[in-house]
Ligand binder design. Structure first.
Ligand SMILES: Cc1ncc(COP(=O)(O)O)c(C=O)c1O
Length: 487
């Protein structure tokens, strides 16, 4: 089948997108973009993303004002390029980097490319819903005390599931040690636009913040922002030096043919936020609150921090992003795959992600009353039809916390390769990232010993119908490991 035929056929099925991109395929938010008409390169007057002097410079300056950063760069290769460039610009080969272990795989790829040594912060685990909780300032402080030569810290906030860390306190702890903080805010570019949402890491003291505007705002897939907003480098010359560092990193990792379709769409998004922020977010919060109130009638399906659940039940959360809808299906007599399939085939709702015992729906300012109602009605009917009084699924095991790092990621990538069966890989050192996608958080990282616990976890995820992938793509049968056995 031709790709376009598939896409058109999909569109015609009227499936409601409870997933990214945040524009939710709403043409009315695209302000007349006709892709082929505007697909130019650096023609007269169109400016140059890698040396902006005209319309791109003006637009990115407006973005910095709207998002309240010192400097903003448009990214056309997603947050992926922003994370790699940010880490590259703030590190030197061999540096120790404090890293939340639930970072996206792009961060680990940056560790590889830049030859860095990660020191992990393991997020606490919320047993109640089976999701990662917030990284704490105390954890960061303890790590700095143990490794005073840490040069940089990278944290994901919010997580895919919407859990937010205390960026203000974490950045204070780091800055006391002159250590900069990069926040992967890929899932939180809507933060700060309404008091009901947490504040953005941009205004909470982070130094570089990366946001996938395609995930939660009306902007196409691949569009993202990188902000310099440092409270560590107060001096203007130092800030301008940092701007040059970031721009130079972007010139390495980002395409030299940035799409004007994407850049025009980002410009539209920024203008929309500038002009209509208040009314759009007011309506959005009204819809979220109405949905949350109405989920109180669910007897078996629980919604994280909504309806009968609230943040008080999650003492390990610093804050929560109300735009995310995490639906726990532990007390439903459907497997996660069946839940996903009923949502799609019966109710015509496509979810963002399905895990072993919960589903995730993503919302944005472009969602309609009808969209929220469709999801609510589906949940009410499924709850009534399949609800059980006792859990039908075993409790989610916490993510592996006791990883055995045997060598750095770069060292493992430099070693000779051996391809072996996953079942026989216990005790071997991985040469690849193994991850469930989404969310793209590594289960195993190059340089780590593959343990019985990690093999069991991978096999149980696969059994639950979760897509587990690896860098070389030979799972579920094979993994690539360092050639020599540990002695
Ligand atoms: C936490 C997090 N960071 C970064 C990324 C990469 O973002 P992008 O797809 O915009 O490159 C993702 C993608 O899902 C993500 O979940």
């Amino acid at each position: 089948m031709r790709i376009l035929d598939y896409l058109n056929e999909y569109y015609d099925q009227d499936i409601y997108p409870m997933h990214m991109p945040g524009h939710k395929r709403r043409f009315d938010f695209m302000q007349g973009i006709d892709p082929y008409r505007i697909d130019v390169t650096e023609v007269a007057g169109s400016d140059n993303l890698h040396n902006p002097q005209g319309i791109l410079k003006d637009s990115m300056e407006l973005a910095a004002r709207v998002f309240d950063s010192y400097k903003c760069w448009y990214l056309i290769n997603g947050s992926t390029v922003g994370l790699i460039s940010a880490i590259f610009s703030l590190s030197r080969r061999g540096d120790k980097i404090l890293l939340a272990r639930n970072c996206h795989k792009a961060v680990y790829n940056a560790m590889h490319i830049c030859g860095l040594q990660p020191i992990y912060l393991f997020p606490p685990f919320d047993e109640n819903f089976g999701v990662n909780a917030s990284i704490t300032p105390e954890q960061v402080k303890a790590a700095l005390d143990e490794y005073p030569d840490i040069k940089l810290c990278v944290i994901t906030s919010p997580t895919y599931d919407g859990v937010v860390s205390d960026i203000a306190s974490i950045s204070r702890v780091l800055h006391d040690h002159q250590v900069p903080l990069i926040v992967d805010e890929a899932h939180g570019p809507h933060f700060g636009f309404h008091p009901s949402f947490p504040k953005s890491a941009i205004t909470e003291g982070a130094d570089l913040v990366i946001q996938s505007i395609h995930k939660t705002l009306p902007s196409p897939t691949q569009t993202a922002l990188l902000h310099l907003c440092s409270s560590l480098w107060k001096n203007r010359d130092r800030l301008e030096d940092m701007c040059r560092n970031v721009a130079s990193a972007l010139s390495i990792f980002e395409s030299t043919s940035p799409s004007y379709i994407f850049m025009a769409a980002m410009d539209n998004c920024v203008h929309l936020l500038n002009d209509e922020q208040e009314s759009l977010f007011h309506e959005y919060i009204r819809r979220i609150n109405k949905f949350a109130r109405e989920t109180e009638q669910l007897k078996h399906i629980r919604i994280l921090c909504k309806g009968l659940d609230s943040i008080e039940n999650h003492p390990l959360f610093y804050a929560y992003d109300p735009s995310k809808i995490v639906m726990s299906i532990k007390n439903i007599s459907l497997s996660s795959g069946e839940f996903e399939s009923i949502m799609l085939n019966k109710y015509k709702i496509e979810l963002e992600m399905i895990a072993a015992d919960y589903g995730l729906a993503l919302t944005s300012i472009c969602d309609t009353d009808e969209g929220f109602e469709r999801l609510l009605n589906a949940l009410i009917e499924i709850d009534r039809e399949y609800g059980t009084d006792v859990p039908t699924k075993p409790a989610t095991p916490p993510p592996i916390q006791d990883v055995l790092t045997r060598m750095t990621i770069s060292a493992a990538k430099d070693m000779p390769d051996d391809k072996i069966r996953l079942a026989d890989s216990e005790g071997r050192i991985s040469r690849e990232i193994i991850f469930a996608y989404p969310p793209g958080i590594p289960l195993v990282v190059p340089g780590e010993e593959i343990t019985k616990a990690s093999i069991d976890r991978i096999e149980s995820l696969i059994q639950d119908g979760i897509t587990v992938q690896s860098t070389y793509g030979e799972l579920p049968a094979y993994v690539h490991v360092v050639e020599y056995e540990i002695n």
